[in-house]
Design a protein around this ligand. Sequence first.
Ligand code: F2R
Ligand code: MG
Ligand code: MG
Length: 352
Amino acid sequence: MAGQNMSSKFRGCLVGSLFGDCMGAPFEGNDISSGDKLVIQRYFDRMEDPNFKGPFKKYTDDTAMMKSVAQFLIDTPEPDLKHLAELFTNEFFKQPRRGYGGSVVSVFEKLRKSKFNDIFLPSKEQFNGQGSYGNGGAMRIAPIPLYFHDDFDNMLNIAAESTKITHSNELGIHGALLQCLAVHQAFLADPNTPINVDEFCNKLLEKMKAIERSYYNDVESDSDTPYCERIKLIQKFLSTKYSDEYDDEVIRDLGNDISAFESVPTAIFCFLRAQNTIPGIKTDNIFRRTIQYAITLGGDTDTIACMAGAIAGAYLGEESINKAILQHCEKVEDIVKLADSLYAARPHDGKG
Ligand code: F2R
Ligand code: MG
Ligand code: MG
């Protein structure tokens, strides 16, 4: 991949993640009616008008934590997870009112109190030892598949270990790995060639099968593990006619809540469905369609749009993102700089 394309994909991915978070945050927790979908269409149309002046859309915990993941890779070329735990914790105490998950806050408190003695212990203690299955690991993962794009094993290892600082439940960890794989595949895809949605899913399925089968080692060879079953469901939905309205079934069967299991597959689905037109969403821009569709599903809108935005931005690059809307996202210039620093810090062979 040429250097210019690659740096555009780094920017597209991190800015895409910020964009989804900022645009989705005002709707987090809402059920979206057909009237609301019209309001959301107008909301995007208005923001695309370069003359529109409006207050900043603030970013939330999704971006706050994604920034720390990028910074940790930039600061310590040999990944130092203790440093990441410190970055998460310091960022939280600097700006605690970013809408963090209800329970993850106690991980930061324990980490600080214990002076980062065992960075994995507080997370293991969550929910009486079950660990969190929230989507907090997945929502922040994007910098890892960018940085390790040509080192697959290290990518998965650091993705899992960095997630375990806050999320020790397997569904939280595997959700983060699935999002990591989706960003990675999108990053490696040629933005000038349409995505073959079935092939994209089959590749994800193959990699997720290996991850889940090695965890659930008693699983029968032909039975499906949780995330693999969800990927097959995505394929089933996408084989339905693109002109069909089936959002209620998507919400019911794939989910739209704060758990990784009920949101990561949904974000991937949003990206894949947006490769084609969607009823009620009037735009030719695939990136915008991805985010706008994710928000119209309601529920955990900031996080589903953030994850879908990271995948879409990694595929399409920064050129696909409307500059006028971006102006309304808090700290967009900082995220562009962060993406450039991550690009410069990546391990590379000197060719790119
Ligand atoms: N926190 C929110 N949204 C709530 C409203 C915010 C509002 N807009 C505001 O500004 O005040 N959003 C953010 O949280 C999600 C990421 O959460 P994360 O990092 O995974 O946190 P946590 O606390 O670990 O898990 C979240 C909740 O999931 C449930 N849960 C998790 N594991 C569980 C288990 N083993 N048993 C039972 N419940 C479990 C709990 O309710 C946790 O509090 C993102 O949406 C981000 O945007
Ligand atoms: Mg959030
Ligand atoms: Mg959220």
